[in-house]
Design a protein around this ligand. Sequence first.
Ligand code: GTP
Ligand code: ZN
Length: 358
Amino acid sequence: MNDPRPSDPRAAARAVDALHRGWPVTLHDDGATLTLFAVETGDAAALATLDPAGTAPLLISAGRAATLRLANQRAAATPDGPVLIERTDWLDFPAATAIADPQFDLRTPLKGPFRAVEGAHPALMAQALRLARIAGVLPAFFLLPAPAEDGAILTPADIDAHEDADRLTIAVRARLPVDGAEDAEIVAFRSPEASEHVALLIGEPNGNPPLVRLHSECLTGDVLGSLKCDCGPQLRAAIAEIKKAGWGVLLYLRQEGRAIGLINKLRAYALQDQGYDTVDANTRLGFAVDARDFRIAARMLTLLGQKRIRLLTNNPAKVAVLRDNGIDVIERVAHKLPPNPHNERYLATKRDRTGHQL
Ligand SMILES: Nc1nc2c(ncn2[C@@H]2O[C@H](COP(=O)(O)OP(=O)(O)OP(=O)(O)O)[C@@H](O)[C@H]2O)c(=O)[nH]1
Ligand SMILES: [Zn+2]
């Protein structure tokens, strides 16, 4: 039986808020129920109240399980798929934190042995991990024995609604002279997950398809001038390239850290300080290597009336998703910037492991 209640993005927003505050969240679908208690934001006292018998198992992702050498017990298909760890006496709150958070991998000799057990609701467990990514918390939950009285409640359909690109709308347009394009106009969008994506329209339409750049938010690179990545130079060069082409659109997508959020991206950076590359760092954290949803960009271009474009990117996945979502990408234009000593390895990893044409 499907839930008769229409899907509601607000239920997902309430769940995200609850996860930030360390409150339980109940996910349900087709009669199955999981009550989640996030390891990152919860605490031992609350867990003792919510799970007095101490039986709640621990849900983590397959990428994290592989790091903990649990991968062979229950292989999930993807690094962000679910693995359930049996609850034992020693698996208390601090032990769960050491399991969840890779920053303790070198410092905390992990206890054990762990045993991965079959979860009754793998599809719903996968939705729980998806919710962790959306909330930007570590993908690790105790599965509580019963829903909490005042906990947030939601369904996978509510999460879909929360991430539904078709619900994006244009909120406002204004002139915004920027360095390199004094004639620019900014267009801001409202989205169900409350991200304020923006488009910068540069130049005047000249009969040719616009040159378009999809830029994913990178606070460290865009604002602080980080040399670890190529985002800052790519952002500024994109504006210059579009201006040079006559006209076009820069989409600034609020997909920080390839959509794992700033805090988790910085966790990945801490792992990179230990020698892992950008791909392995995401996997060790328990996230997909790239969790971005470029359908948002297709929707923004459609709302702007630009369905035939040239795309400035080295990432074939952007071209593919736009094409699958009604945008005619007539040309891919390379967007390479000179490396610096700090981002050479990052760029090599993009070329060798994530399919970027660099
Ligand atoms: N998780 C994670 N995100 C990163 C890391 N370095 C940069 N990012 C994010 O990656 C996004 C930029 O993606 P890139 O993979 O560099 O480039 P791209 O957008 O796929 O491809 P191009 O269009 O060719 O530039 C931004 O959201 C950055 O915040 C990292 O080490 N880990
Ligand atoms: Zn960056």
